[in-house]
Design a protein around this ligand. Structure first.
Ligand code: BGC
Length: 286
């Protein structure tokens, strides 16, 4: 290994401030849960790629405004919009706002999600319902409104080959069981078949529906898992690529899945996880 690193100087990641080629030029997007963490970086990446964006947030207007500023720096338009994705009226109002601001919609990123962890036998009905409502019902409500709008709008080949694109932010826990997080894993397992079933239903309309399943990404949701040296080293036992992911890496995957570069891809889940789903325990065992 030491020889390998002596021979290969691994370059730092370079992320241009404003991309020269804007693969989402002229498109209109809604990103939910976009005031922090993965959602915020997805919104910024999509905005920098040329789309106008509604920055949905549930409580922190500050984070949403920061995302707006980043997008405006690259010449894009963005507006913060407060809505609880599990509330039907608020979701409908958000899609009306997108129509009012932009006239149409091309991209929905269903990102809003949360954890309310507890040992299974102590999990309250409130913890169960809140997680299922935001993570699963929220993706249903937003996807339903998006499909209505995409169907109504149809295809504009000057903007995109597809009538619309939906990206569901899932998790490696749509396939990896997670003790102590049963509500969360159940919601993400649900997202997986929600995504595939909707994808099957709307593919003939040229609407694409895919998911991104992040592994351990450096965000507030899992602060405990990376904040101390000891926790970080424990976390590395679960990641063959031996580093944590950064939220910008999910942003880049989302831009690609929303762009025509991935036009033949629908109903699939892209795992962005440094190999977390590769059963790392089998590196030496089995
Ligand atoms: C969870 C994180 C966790 C990661 C890997 C994500 O879906 O939100 O808390 O670190 O999965 O286990």
């Amino acid at each position: 290994m030491k020889d390998y690193y002596q021979k290969n100087k691994l370059p730092e990641a370079v992320q241009p401030n404003c991309p020269i080629v804007q693969s989402l030029k002229g498109q209109k997007a809604i990103v939910t849960g976009a005031s922090s963490g993965i959602g915020k970086e997805i919104a910024i990446a999509i905005g920098k790629a040329g789309a106008d964006v509604i920055i949905n947030y549930a409580s922190s207007i500050k984070g949403a405004e920061e995302a707006v500023k980043e997008i405006e720096k690259c010449g894009g338009k963005a507006f913060p919009f407060k809505a609880d994705v599990s509330n039907e009226e608020e979701v409908v109002a958000m899609f009306e706002e997108a129509k009012k601001q932009f006239g149409s919609l091309d991209i929905l990123v269903n990102n809003a999600g949360l954890q309310k962890d507890a040992p299974f036998d102590e999990m309250t009905i409130e913890q169960w319902d809140r997680v299922i409502n935001v993570n699963l019902r929220g993706q249903f409500l937003c996807s339903r409104e998006a499909v209505k709008e995409f169907k109504n709008k149809g295809i504009n080949p000057n903007i995109s080959c597809a009538a619309g694109k939906i990206i569901c932010v899932s998790s490696v826990h749509d396939v990896i069981p997670w003790a102590g997080h049963v509500n969360y894993a159940a919601s993400k397992g649900g997202v997986s078949l929600l995504m595939k079933s909707v994808a099957q239903e709307v593919a003939p309309l040229r609407i694409r529906v895919n998911a991104i399943a992040p592994g351990a990404i450096r965000t507030p949701i899992n602060h405990e898992a990376w904040a101390t040296e000891e926790a970080y080293s424990d976390l590395m036992k679960l990641i063959p690529y031996k580093r944590i992911g950064e939220p910008e890496e999910i942003g880049r995957a989302a831009v690609w899945l929303a762009s025509d570069d991935s036009d033949y891809i629908t109903g699939t889940t892209l795992y962005v996880d440094g190999g977390m789903t590769l059963y790392p325990g089998f590196e030496t065992g089995g």
